[in-house]
Write a protein that binds this ligand. Structure first.
Ligand SMILES: *[C@@H]1O[C@H](CO)[C@@H](O)[C@H](O)[C@H]1NC(C)=O
Length: 417
């Protein structure tokens, strides 16, 4: 408690561009025991099976994000790793032991003692895609043409993941059209049709799609939105529509280890976005990225303090369409692309050939009410605190109920990808 107040004051004193060392850290160090070895006690939150599973697949999600980000260090990244995790988890239903444990390790299932992972997954999907969340996610497994699939694979797939496998016809125009129609139906038309041809050499194609449009708990006044500078790096700036609120209520903390200011803004439907804003303008967000785990985000969520600040934040409308195949291959999953054992799906040797992801993400001034929700008591600060998202930052969209990571973005240029 004491340490965090210090951090708050330090944050109020720090202007943009300064990078001084401050005592203390956001992370609570585990209490040392008599041998000096830190003892970690499990938070009761993670004892709930659905939260535990959410933490596992979100950790997969942060891994995927890190690989994806390192593959394109100078570009925006937008990912909903959940949809990819769902496709992989569903695929593991058809995997024999060796292949199954490869997938389970990547999804951190080996750290969960849950005899009914797939049943719990169903619960998690229902929780995060409930209508009030404004979050849509769908995943699909697509197989090569003429493949005969065992019904013992199809039934549990439908039961837990609510999806049926698709078998390609071999007519690339028809196949693309069918996939596009499926995406349109799942995303209620919010994601544009793809023109990317489905390659003919597909054996197994995984497809994960997601869409989110945020509704802030407190809406922004559109009259306060104006074109402002966004610093791409130390030299270049661009003008982008920036929303602002001179008296925003947000949750805040300064992480001196990561040299960044963390803020959390609540969304309707028991969701929030957590922002990581470096103390100085840089496109190198590696240090923050390396620290992202479900447990770290959970700690942040508990420890941030409610304050009032001058907030500016760019309007954002991003979409992503492309492959995450290479990223997955770099994540201990290479064997799925070489000689996996999917004999629970079919008698024929098949392997993963491609993993596609499509995502759409948007926020603007829209929100539920014009006044901050009652019950939030901002700490009194003698210094006005500024929080300007006018330089590269990372955001995490998190479901408060389960802790699940639903979207993650690295915004180097808010004008789009
Ligand atoms: C980015 O920052 C990290 C840690 O601060 C450093 O190790 C790395 O070399 C930097 N990368 C680039 C490309 O500058």
């Amino acid at each position: 408690m004491q340490a965090l107040m210090l951090l708050l004051w330090a944050g109020a004193l720090l202007g943009p561009g300064s990078c001084q060392d401050n005592a203390g850290s956001l992370e609570d160090s585990p209490a040392p025991d008599t041998t000096g070895v830190p003892v970690e006690e499990e938070d009761p939150f993670f004892k709930v099976p659905v939260n535990k599973l959410a933490a596992a697949i979100s950790n997969f999600g942060y891994d995927l994000y890190r690989v994806r980000s390192s593959l394109s260090p100078t570009a925006n990244v937008l990912l909903s790793p959940l949809s990819v995790a769902t496709a992989l988890s569903a695929l593991s239903l058809g995997a024999e032991q060796r292949t199954e444990s490869t997938i389970h390790r990547a999804l951190y299932y080996d750290l969960i003692s849950n005899p009914d992972i797939h049943g719990t997954y169903k619960e998690l999907l229902a929780a995060v895609t409930a209508p009030q969340k404004n979050f849509k996610s769908a995943s699909r497994i697509i197989f090569e043409r003429k493949l005969r699939i065992k019904s013992s694979f199809v039934a549990p797939l439908e039961k837990s993941y609510g999806t049926r496998p698709r078998i390609l016809t071999g007519n690339s125009r028809l196949d693309l059209q069918e996939v596009n129609n499926w995406v349109q139906a799942q995303m209620k038309g919010k994601i544009a049709r793809s023109t990317r041809e489905i390659p003919s050499e597909i054996s197994i194609l995984l497809l994960g799609v997601a869409y989110f449009k945020g509704q802030w708990v407190t809406k922004f006044d559109p009259r306060k939105t104006s074109l402002e500078d966004f610093h791409l790096d130390e030299e270049r700036t661009v003008r982008v529509p920036m929303m602002s609120d001179p008296k925003a209520t947000l949750r805040y903390g300064l992480d001196s280890d990561l040299s960044c200011k963390i803020a959390q803004l609540p969304l309707t439907g028991s969701m929030s976005i957590i922002f990581f804003l470096p103390l100085k303008v840089t496109q190198n967000l590696t240090m923050i990225e390396e620290s992202l785990t479900s447990e770290f985000i959970h700690d942040i969520d508990r420890e941030l303090k409610t304050i009032q600040a001058v907030l500016t934040i760019p309007k954002l409308k991003l979409s992503y369409e492309g492959e995450v195949t290479k990223s997955l291959q770099e994540m201990k999953l290479q064997s799925l692309f070489d000689s996996p054992d999917f004999s629970k799906i079919t008698g024929k040797p098949i392997k993963l050939t491609q993993v596609e992801h499509r995502g759409g993400f948007e926020w603007n001034e829209d929100g539920a009410s014009t006044a901050p929700s009652a019950g939030l008591q901002p700490a009194r600060l003698t210094f006005p605190l500024d929080y300007h998202l006018n330089q590269p930052f990372i955001f995490v969209l998190r479901d408060t109920d389960t802790g699940a990571l639903l979207f993650i973005g690295k915004i180097l240029d808010p004008r789009g990808i």
